[in-house]
Design a protein around this ligand. Sequence first.
Ligand SMILES: Nc1nc2c(c(=O)[nH]1)N(C=O)[C@@H](CNc1ccc(C(=O)N[C@@H](CCC(=O)O)C(=O)O)cc1)CN2
Ligand SMILES: Nc1nc2c(ncn2[C@@H]2O[C@H](COP(=O)(O)OP(=O)(O)OP(=O)(O)O)[C@@H](O)[C@H]2O)c(=O)[nH]1
Ligand SMILES: [Mg+2]
Length: 425
Amino acid sequence: MDTIVALASAQGRAGVAIVRVSGPCAWAVCEALAGFVPPVREARLARLRDASGGLIDSGLVLCFAEGASFTGEKICEFQVHGSIAVVGALLRACLACEGVRAAEAGEFTRRAFLGGRMDLTEVEALADLIDAETEVQRRQALTVMEGSAARVIEGWREDLLQSLAMLEAALDFADEELPPDLTGHVMAPLLRVRDSLGAQIAGRKASEAVRSGFDVAIVGPVNAGKSSLLNALAGREAAITSSRAGTTRDVIEVRMEIAGLAVTLIDTAGLREAEDEIERLGIERGRARAAAADLRVYLLGAPGEVAEGVEPEDIVVLSKADLWGQPGISAATGEGIGALIGRIAGVLQQRIAHSSVFNRERHFDKLARAAEGVDAALAGLSGGVGWDLVGEDVKAAIRALDGIIGRVDVEDVLGRIFSSFCIGK
Ligand SMILES: Nc1nc2c(c(=O)[nH]1)N(C=O)[C@@H](CNc1ccc(C(=O)N[C@@H](CCC(=O)O)C(=O)O)cc1)CN2
Ligand SMILES: Nc1nc2c(ncn2[C@@H]2O[C@H](COP(=O)(O)OP(=O)(O)OP(=O)(O)O)[C@@H](O)[C@H]2O)c(=O)[nH]1
Ligand SMILES: [Mg+2]
């Protein structure tokens, strides 16, 4: 097995950078650069030198033993001053050691997975944790990384195996040796799994929205103050505003956080009879994007206007409240903006209330396959087909679940999952 090395902390200028070495030669690299190997898990200050004795930096070294590290391999970490020049010189010195090469994207985590230290849901959650921008994303990723999805799968697996054991007993033993109500014994765990699978599948939209964020579109007539509202919510001048009707043409998107949730705010062209072809196209795009959004905020430009094309849960609010002396929002004075954010947060929080521990397409494809297997097994039991056929359906369900945690069918997903990782993870 090769020993791999990479910068493990953020790229570029930073106070301290961590360079991580994993594999059989990791401690030899430590010996070569620091001149000693510290006791495992104890940081020591060392002068790090290249092969010709030149000083690279003075930094901390930290070693982990085989079988008790993140990857499961011997690890040596160098914590050095975070400049590109120091990290560059350190990486060159590590690569000059025998048996060491640069790590590929996700290769440290791939080794942790292949060494059985993490399952696939935990690997994916680690990637999500590294990408997390908001509190809710961080918590979602962390829960899965701590094994919540894996435990749910394990529970289903036990039920399915129990049912399978009954089915196999039915095949192997004579009728008088079997428990009475065998069908019930097979069926009860299957019913439990079916209901629990159904609940997780029902939470799909919510958990996927937490992971990828919500789209919230601002819509309304021209000049209503949509772009001004976008800027007020974003806290910066992301969109051009002007007193001329028809200022915004392209769809403008701003990423922000509302109540710990990732939100993409979308500003759209004002609605009116378009004056030219370009404006017409802009309005079309805006409409399509708003229709696909998770929530729309419809801005009324003046009291008495009527909102068009909104859904029951959408928010309709009067703009330029400072002009009318009526309740609403004012991008000019800030009035009502906090309350509007609160309303948006309320709607979105309600939507994530019953979120699933599973959160990506790969999971739900396999959950759907598991549910098909369980349903087919239950239908088979009611229909009186052979025990062996029912058993095949249960086995298909188990295989689908095993695919989620990476116990089977790993090769086709590993490449895809790890390519989304950065180098050094
Ligand atoms: N410096 C540093 N900080 C880091 C990491 C790292 O690799 N290096 N991590 C890397 O992602 C994360 C921490 N994750 C880790 C996970 C497992 C082990 C580890 O040594 N596991 C052993 C022993 C467990 C124990 O003592 O409780 C094991 O599982 O056998 C270390 C770090 C975040 N912070
Ligand atoms: N008094 C007052 N004026 C506002 C307020 N919000 C926006 N305006 C003004 O209204 C005009 C239109 O604002 P925009 O934000 O560009 O309106 P819009 O809805 O994006 O307009 P289009 O992109 O043309 O559809 C500008 O002159 C703003 O300064 C407000 O709360 N109070
Ligand atoms: Mg605008």
